[in-house]
Write a protein that binds this ligand. Structure first.
Ligand code: ADP
Length: 252
């Protein structure tokens, strides 16, 4: 049986920030000689990389480098042409559709375009992942209140997405990604639709989430974003990893 990706932990309120308390090590990710080919073109070319639990890893590179393909393989949205993608004890490329869908439910995923449901309030959007796993109303109410406090949107719970700014929409997206306490948070261009200042706020939130124990994988073409945080940076170009620098800053 695959090891669950959720931490068995809980959230504890501190005066400054709500801190995730991990009760087990977060995810280990292995790409083992992974290639992805479309129409004869190697979009990812024999990529091998290992990411330890608790790391914050940025995947950078120009448009078309293969960042989204990397993320899609990681979340099991596509399968590699060859090689293996392993997360904890899941070999993602070998999972059947129903196990894949269970696996995906355990991840926290943050999208560039937020992917919120427009007819649901902020509260309802964040509650949705818990509803589909059958949590009780009382558990949902408590947990949603906790994550809305983490992202600073307690006072927006009853608003609909149309009434929110871009930064607030992304905070809702992050709250929804955090609500089931994932050990692994994957953010694909999370600041791509935001102005630099709002993008910096969102990055600070991701850094806090990582400090609290979650593994964070960030795909971005935004050099400034990665320069600021100086964590591990994997640079892709034409489907290959051309550098893998720990605690470095992204250089064009
Ligand atoms: P990035 O996220 O770095 O911009 P992508 O992973 O989206 O790069 O794309 C890498 C390359 O793969 C691009 O040349 C893109 O056109 C190609 N590609 C991605 N998805 C598909 C697909 N479904 N069919 C054909 N080509 C694709």
């Amino acid at each position: 049986m695959p090891v669950p990706l959720q931490r068995g932990g809980f959230l504890k309120l501190t005066p400054l920030f709500l801190i995730l308390i991990p009760c087990k090590l977060p995810s280990v990710i292995v790409f083992d000689n992974v290639s992805k080919t479309y129409g004869g073109q190697n979009v990812l070319d024999r990529v091998s990389v290992e990411i330890s639990g608790g790391e914050f890893v940025s995947i950078v590179g120009p448009s078309g480098a293969g960042k989204s393909t990397f993320v899609s393989l990681l979340i099991g949205a596509i399968r590699p042409t060859s090689g293996k993608v392993i997360v904890d004890s899941y070999t993602i490329n070998e999972l059947d559709e129903s196990t894949l869908s269970l696996y995906r439910r355990k991840l926290g995923i943050v999208y560039q375009d937020f992917k919120l449901l427009p007819k649901k309030t902020v509260f309802e959007n964040v509650a949705f992942p818990l509803e589909i796993t059958g949590q009780s109303d009382a558990v949902i109410a408590k947990r949603v209140a906790e994550v809305l406090e983490i992202v600073g949107l307690t006072n927006r719970a009853k608003h609909f997405p149309a009434a929110l700014s871009g930064g607030e929409l992304q905070r809702v997206g992050i709250a929804r990604a955090l609500v089931h306490e994932p050990a692994l948070l994957i953010a694909d261009e999370p600041t791509g639709n935001l102005d630099p200042e709002t993008g910096a706020d969102i990055m600070n939130l991701l850094i806090d989430i990582n400090k609290a124990g979650a593994t964070v994988i960030l795909a971005t073409h935004d050099r400034e974003t990665v320069d600021r945080i100086c964590k591990r940076v994997l640079r892709l170009d034409k489907g290959k990893i051309v550098s893998d620098l720990v605690h470095s800053c992204y250089k064009a």
